[in-house]
Design a protein around this ligand. Sequence first.
Ligand SMILES: *[C@@H]1O[C@H](CO)[C@@H](O)[C@H](O)[C@H]1NC(C)=O
Ligand SMILES: *[C@@H]1O[C@H](CO)[C@@H](O)[C@H](O)[C@H]1NC(C)=O
Ligand SMILES: *[C@@H]1O[C@H](CO)[C@@H](O)[C@H](O)[C@H]1NC(C)=O
Length: 194
Amino acid sequence: MLAAILLFGLAFVAAQQPRPCESPAQWQAKLYRSDYSKNFTEFAKVTYDETNKRVREIEELDFNSDREFYDVLYLHNQGVEYRLGLKSRQCNKTALTRPFRPFGIPPESRYEGEFNLGPVNIPNEHVTVISFFGKFEDGSEYVGTVSSPDCIPVSSGFYANTTGFVHTSFYDVVPGIPDPTVFDIPSECGGPGR
Ligand SMILES: *[C@@H]1O[C@H](CO)[C@@H](O)[C@H](O)[C@H]1NC(C)=O
Ligand SMILES: *[C@@H]1O[C@H](CO)[C@@H](O)[C@H](O)[C@H]1NC(C)=O
Ligand SMILES: *[C@@H]1O[C@H](CO)[C@@H](O)[C@H](O)[C@H]1NC(C)=O
């Protein structure tokens, strides 16, 4: 019996991925994203649902800008993207073919180290972050930091041939999704409205 427990314990340890922690599967946050290949920077509110592979992003309006801002619903579970123009109120539904890429630490990532953001010698004014590097199957690369010990996304950098380098910072993260109707399809897109 003891031998069986020991064996099981060893097998479990050996099979475990070297992940220091696991990010929450559902959260809301604000994000700041720079896409260097497109000279594009945006602020957005994001609701993230890894369990159901869906993300909603609402770009923050800047009334000094003429460009269109979007409210986008990415339903990877159905392979559909709804993109609603916040000024035009026009909605386009398109096929979503790229894979869902989780934020947080991917299972196959390499742990790079731990450091603090903010002054280390002032209590309650710093956060310890874990930094990691990973590669997806399609060859795209990923670097990121998450807070320790709960693995809350802090920043991520993503590089693929097709997208170039995209940097994202997350702030005001709140784990959980208090109102699941954020994933309802907007009325402009043929949904029941929300
Ligand atoms: C980005 O901006 C720089 C400087 O304004 C410009 O030289 C470059 O062509 C732009 N790149 C793209 C992809 O628009
Ligand atoms: C929808 O598609 C049309 C045609 O491609 C385009 O002109 C329009 O800007 C798109 N609207 C949104 C909200 O993406
Ligand atoms: C990127 O593109 C180059 C040439 O176009 C190719 O040799 C390389 O394998 C690609 N890398 C990835 C990660 O797809």
